[in-house]
Design a protein around this ligand. Structure first.
Ligand code: SF4
Length: 184
């Protein structure tokens, strides 16, 4: 299935109640054959309004880290587990993730990345391990079949707590190294 075909399914999806309250489906953006894919948890308000993931303050901060470590923003693909915004930016419910995860699996198949980076605790707990603790495990690498995976702090967490920014930079530098290895 192509990304366009998967997006069309998301546009009309009502598999969870968020499909009825969204303004736009927030499917994904970036290089459709990216070696490096970032996955967050769910769209926020600006993403819901524009239909594009990571366009708000958190997204701009992520862009700065990509720039700082020399990963071209247009080389990566960015999406979320949920394609529709939870009201008031609350955390996704497990049943919403269960309903939506099939689309992420299809996206990963279509993009076929070598490296998947989870943005934040919720994505890491879903994609790497339910036991994942972001303060303990950020920046660690996990080999999962065809993918190398790791998780970093969600950029919105960095906006709330500046003390995490140095760890984020170190993790992003390691991601750049791994990225350079897989695109050689
Ligand atoms: S969040 Fe996912 S499962 Fe729920 S309606 Fe939107 S596309 Fe469907």
């Amino acid at each position: 299935m192509t990304l366009d075909e998967i997006k069309q399914k998301c546009d009309v999806c009502r598999a969870c109640p968020l499909g009825q309250t969204k303004t736009n489906t927030v499917f994904g953006t970036g290089n459709e054959r990216a070696a490096l894919m970032f996955v967050g948890e769910a769209p926020g308000q600006q993403e819901d309004e524009t239909g594009v993931p990571f366009v708000g303050a958190a997204g701009k901060l992520l862009d700065k880290y990509l720039l700082a470590v020399g990963i071209p923003r247009n080389d990566v693909y960015i999406c979320n587990i949920l394609k529709c915004r939870p009201p008031h930016n609350r955390d996704p419910k497990p049943e919403e993730e269960d309903a939506c995860i099939q689309y992420l699996r299809e996206q990963v198949r279509a993009v076929s990345p070598k490296v998947i980076v989870c943005l934040g605790r919720i994505a890491a707990m879903r994609l790497i391990s339910p036991e994942f603790k972001i303060t303990r495990d950020h920046g660690k690498w996990y080999e999962r079949g065809a993918f190398s995976m790791c998780a970093v702090y969600h950029p919105s967490a960095l906006l709330r707590d500046e003390s995490k920014k140095e760890d984020m930079l170190i993790d992003m530098m390691e991601i750049k190294k791994r990225y350079d290895e897989v695109v050689k």
